[in-house]
Write a protein that binds this ligand. Sequence first.
Ligand code: ARG
Ligand code: GLU
Length: 703
Amino acid sequence: MKRVLTIITLASISFLSAKADEGMWLPSLISQRIADMQDKGFRLSAEDIYSVNQASLKDAVVLFGRGCTGELVSPEGLLLTNHHCGYGQIQQHSSVEHDYLRDGFWAMTREEELPNKGLTVSFLERMDDVTDIILKGNDSSMSEKERADLVKSNSEALIKEATQEGKGLRATVEALYYGNQYFLFLYREYSDVRLVGAPPSSIGKFGGDTDNWMWPRHTGDFSIFRIYADKDNNPAPYSKDNVPYKPKKYFKISTKGVQEGDFTFIYGFPGRTQEYIHSEGVRYIEETGDPHKIHLRTLRLDIMKKYMGESQKVRIQYSSKNANVANAWKKWQGEVKGIRKMKTVRTKQEFEKAFDAWAEGGEFDGVTGKLAALYAELEPYQFATDYYSETVRTVEIANFAMSIARLFSQEDFDKAKAEELAATFYKDWHLPIDKESFVAVMNEYEKNIPEDFKPAYHKEKLAAYGSVEAWAEDMFTNSIFVDPDKVKALAAEDKETVLKDPATEFSNEFLKWHTTDIQPVTARINRDLQLAYRDYMRGQMTYCRTQRVPKAFYPDANLTLRVAYGHIKGYSPSDAVYYMPSSTIKGIMQKDNPEIFDYNIPQRLRDIYAARDFGPWTDASGEVPVCFIATNHTTGGNSGSPVINAEGNLIGLNFDRVWEGTMSDIVFDPEICRNIALDIRYVLFIIDKVADADHLLEEMVLE
Ligand code: ARG
Ligand code: GLU
């Protein structure tokens, strides 16, 4: 008996022990980790990472767009991020005549740098724990609704006060640890951000979706932008009178190279992780959510692939859409495998059992049971929601119809806006892809969604048409939205035509069903889940502290600035296989194949390799290094993040994780989880030898 007990205790400890290299830490609290970082090789101080009194590394890091990271690398506002983060911009400037996706783009003068509507970058000015202010006036007699209202009004007041000065200031209040703590994040947002350079996709996306999420990797995943400001260095909308932004801080670049075991640290904006969720939440992802979403995307990807292979025009039109669809699709596959391999559901169940025994009779009694019950209630609704977003919401013509229909709900029909929407839509739309995808995903919908979770509209249509195919035939022949001329001719009196259109009707009816029958229920259950998690989170922390279970807690990622640290390290994904931590240009030549789109490198690169014209950008073996992997805990949003060495200099750009480790959003395994970074020397090599853009190198400080 005693033995069994010991084993159980050990099992839960191994689940909870502060695993090396796991964690995404808040920069303002980094002093709590700095001793550990220094032990592992870091040479700078907490103040060097984050300070509000002096320039620190945080001032060289930006949130790029809505979900990537970028870093400043010159005193003149030059910024590095990933090729896939700038992809939308590069594509927007591309046409069959100027195919910057295919050929790359390099501004040889400042005048040639290309402005990007809608693109912003945000610098974090400061972050503060504002829990006391946000919860001021809260007491235990309050209902949850009253508490939420209080949090909302206190947040609004705080945000208003913090952004008073204007000048591009933007603030958010974020709940951490499921609302046990609140932080204010104050940003300065710049909106004149211009494209400076991008390698051809055959470098920037080398390996394409075949190599995506995989190691060994040889992708030159970078693009270059420049931030512009007004003459006082403040944010300003695009103007040709704007001048390059002068950063408080920019990264010096290390060309010394990297070695296995070297300390590395990543500064960036990880998007979303769920490290503390209940076993039932994981079980849904593993058994139901991920597998169904994967299957639905496989169908769409196969259709896109067929048409993209047949025409260069379609390939450009769908390149960005395809990459987006494929990306999560592949990640989910790795995630499911990882969760299974780690036996995460079982480990979590064991932990919950021990937690329950400890919690009995106390403040946290019953909280895991509550979570389990809520998940059971949520499951069919979550399933319907997943299907709605992976089927109905992926029909392009229906989304477009909806956006046009919305214009008719305003008093005056905005014809200019309709034309703008139409131009954007038709530039990148291929009817046969949309139609075939409709057939594929709606057939799955019909097959897999239980009858009482289908809107009456769906059943009526299917009965009337007899098949999804016939339904598609009608929509993609008779909708006015298949004809750009008809859309162009729309006027205020066409409201009825637009609302009755089969494509509008399709999106409207499903939306109505979703917002009345599904969403209110999921919203309510999710609110209850959040509440239960607020207790469970505190419970887990109390349990670990009082039971001396060694675990360092960090808040789940929520697209706020974080620090992750670790070291450069290879890994063994399976028996008898060991992956080394660095790749070189030699591997590009081994993969090079003019017959395969993803591996067809520019002739220029072949010539440079043949001549071994590498300049100073080589490693000890005389090859140009390309990528490396490390144990930093990262997730989506960390793309483009600076990878920094012990001295605080830039050694790489984060852009991916290894496939076998993508479960790290839920459970981190230090043996397997690796982030993938582009070696900065490959970036320099491409700028120097392939782009001949030495003027950019001259702006940077190399060490
Ligand atoms: N997997 C990386 C990330 O999650 C890169 C995605 C872009 N590349 C691609 N081949 N789709 O964003
Ligand atoms: N490529 C991802 C991004 O866009 C980073 C990879 C990951 O999920 O870790 O942020």
